[in-house]
Ligand binder design. Sequence first.
Ligand SMILES: Cc1cc2nc3c(=O)[nH]c(=O)nc-3n(C[C@H](O)[C@H](O)[C@H](O)COP(=O)(O)O)c2cc1C
Length: 401
Amino acid sequence: MHPSIPAAWLAFPYPLTTLPPLPPLIPRNPRMSALFSPIKLRGLTLKNRLVVSPMCQYSADDGVATDWHFTHINNLALSGAAMFCIEATHVEAIGRITPGCLGLYSDAAEAALKQILTSVRKHSSTAIAMQLAHAGRKASSARPWDGGQLIPVSEGGWQTVAPSALPHKDGEAAPLALDAAGLKRIRDAFVDCAKRAARLGIDAIELHGAHGYLLHQFLSPLSNKRTDEYGGSLQNRMRFPLEVYDAVRAVFPHDKPVGMRVSSTDWVEGGWDLAQTIEFSNALKARGVDWIDASSGGVSPLQKITLGPGYQVQFAEAIKRETGLPTIAVGLITEGKHAEEIVASGKADMVALARGMLYDPRWGWHAAAELGGEVEAPPQYWRSQPSTQKALFGKTTFGAR
Ligand SMILES: Cc1cc2nc3c(=O)[nH]c(=O)nc-3n(C[C@H](O)[C@H](O)[C@H](O)COP(=O)(O)O)c2cc1C
């Protein structure tokens, strides 16, 4: 017998008037997908739990988005994911990872993104998040396809800044340790960009606290050797990232969410680890953070990462369990059923994909078809709906004569 059918219903003949109320069928429907169920983050309701992970495109001019961004963002805003996160968007020019990285530190950068977002909004209701970032000592790097190495000042690079004057790799030119004025400048730059993002109608901000960039450089004892109130104890190392969070939260509209991407571990003995990540997440929770996006690594070339499908899901799960915060699982999640299992089993609230989305820009459609979910598609593409998937795009009608 189906577990949701009350036994009284099967006792025939029965008096119709005394039938017990119909049990809720929806939660028991095996075709009901957890991945394609909605989630509310402050005033933002996402139609599903799938996110396009931020991905640098190394294709901006002095931080200003180009026609490549127009193509890229419009394309992936139609992926079926309920939220697309714009790549690491740098808050000052010397905070860019590469000379081609996106920024939001100028009127020109804001104007270019405005044009692109106007186009995106015409054809997609996907929420658009933006990752605000500063690369610290990992700035002034060549684009990945040009080798990704530090560009010396003599070859068009720039002097980088960091918590401490320690290079990322042995033998590289050292960054300048930030003084009080430098910290204020960068905090203010995050605030300016958050205000610009709000003006652009960005739906959510993710702060980049991962991958060995500036905020992570403050958190990790491997890169932060300061002896003032920003270094030493965990409380002190968390201070600057928390100040940046507070400053951004204060100027971004209250009903819009702000999340944080973390490196859950440095994968180096004696470095930043999951226990400290949980402390940091709890401090953010007290300040109202809306999600923790659980990535890992990036602060040290000595990292030893054990890679495999969903290798970082364990971090999203532990952070969620220990803090009660919504988490995003990311990293080598490529199969719809895997993403579904992560959300359905409560390991994370959302799943983000990066490379899988570049490879298959309709990944969300294909996962929805497989899992019994529904995605939004523009009417121009409705006729692509497979004949076996009549509900994939919701209620659609198509006529001709
Ligand atoms: C081309 C590319 C660019 C990336 N840029 C960013 C970025 O801007 N910010 C960030 O936090 N992670 C960035 N990442 C990491 C991804 O967001 C993601 O965490 C990682 O690729 C693991 O997910 P995946 O296995 O689905 O690709 C980038 C990854 C790729 C492949």
